[in-house]
Design a protein around this ligand. Structure first.
Ligand SMILES: Cc1ncc(COP(=O)(O)O)c(C=O)c1O
Length: 360
């Protein structure tokens, strides 16, 4: 076939994929992407603007990102003994780890349903993705995970803690067993750590095959594309070879430094969202026809009678949520939405309630 056509030129994995779909949100209340609803105060916005305006954007960034890394270590609790690598969002770190470990015949294991990029990045890197279904209550099926690890000897086991889209944080004892049993790396993806009860970061010293990955996205900086991963330095040194040298822009770097100087503001917002998550869950549980699952993240998963019809009716009322029902059979008729400000949560609840009335 001609190399001048995509069908002849491209890898079959690419041809078989669809692009990551981000629905248009203009004019809608956007509650589908786990964003922090709060912005910086006008004073902080002005100060950030001045900081960014002074950056020499004619120059490449300094590729060590030493100051930002030192601030992340210091303020976000990365142990001094661990190595640290920054990514353009944790999405890029997933790609880096997938590419670096894609030896011929390599496999990657992850529970499903979970974050879709583990599967996508594995396939793009040319490795084989082995999905292990969660139990019906969304807990980790530890015996099935251990069996998959024994059979497939995966290079990486991905575990989102808390998990997206189910919102729960898996039992720690089961994860310990998986870390012990894995022949390769186990990555604990703590994207939702600001809303979770605990972290795996302090365990890095106990396990040399453990990687802890986080992002500043859910903390209120989704537009500033920065993720970070911590692990024993010999792993980080190798992954750093796969990282494009200037993967964080000077503007993102400076914005993240600025935000970390004002971390108290972001942490206070996260605390408010954790409290409002409790109120939202209580209101959802009082609503007939809704099963609301516990959440350790800044989103809530619910099950309704007809997920697609409810999501469509909510959109008609101006509220954009994520219909995750087709992602996996365990998620049939499930919807996921961001925990937002009290006003926006009230709008969501009203739209859900009237949508259930019309969608049956
Ligand atoms: C579990 C998990 N990991 C990673 C990410 C990606 O985060 P980032 O914005 O840092 O690329 C997400 C985004 O939703 C996520 O849910």
């Amino acid at each position: 076939m001609s190399l001048r056509t995509p069908a002849g030129l491209m890898r079959p994995e690419v041809l078989a994929m669809s692009s990551y779909h981000v629905p248009a949100a203009s004019g809608l209340l956007k509650l589908d992407a786990m964003e922090n609803p709060y912005r910086l105060s006008p004073e902080l916005q002005r100060a950030l603007g001045e900081r960014l305006g002074a950056i020499a954007i004619n120059r490449y960034p300094a590729p060590s990102y030493a100051r930002l890394k030192a601030m992340i270590r210091d303020r976000l609790g990365v142990p001094a003994s661990a190595g640290l690598l920054l990514g353009n969002g944790s999405d890029e770190l997933i790609t880096i780890m997938s590419v670096a470990t894609a030896r011929p015949g390599a496999t990657i294991v992850a529970p499903v349903p979970s974050f879709v990029m583990y599967d996508v990045s594995t396939r793009l890197a040319g490795s084989r993705f082995v999905p292990v279904p969660l139990a019906s209550d969304f807990s980790l099926d530890v015996p099935a995970m251990l069996a998959a690890i024994a059979e497939h000897q995966p290079a990486i086991v991905w575990i989102a803690y808390p998990n997206n889209p189910t919102g729960n944080a898996f039992d720690r004892a089961g994860i310990e067993q998986i870390i012990e049993a894995a022949p390769g790396l186990v990555v604990l993806d703590e994207a939702y750590q600001p809303f979770a009860p605990d972290s795996w970061m302090p365990e890095l010293a106990r396990h040399d095959n453990l990687v802890v990955m986080r992002t500043v996205s859910k903390l209120g900086l989704a537009g500033v594309r920065i993720g970070y991963m911590a692990a024993a330095p010999h792993w980080i040194d190798e992954f750093d070879k796969v990282r494009p040298p200037y993967n964080i822009s000077s503007l993102d770097e400076a914005a993240a430094e600025f935000a970390l100087e004002h971390l108290d503001v972001l942490l206070e917002q996260a605390a408010r969202l954790r409290t409002d998550r409790g109120h939202l869950l209580a209101a959802l549980r009082a609503m007939p026809g809704v099963v609301a699952f516990d959440s350790a993240a800044n989103f809530v998963l619910v099950r309704v009678a007809d997920g697609p019809a409810t999501a469509t009716a909510m959109r008609t009322q101006g509220v954009l949520i994520k219909d995750v029902g087709r992602m996996h059979p365990l998620l049939a008729n499930c919807l996921r939405f961001t925990v937002s400000s009290p006003d926006e949560n009230a709008t969501l609840l009203a739209a859900l309630s009237s949508s259930l009335a019309v969608s049956g």
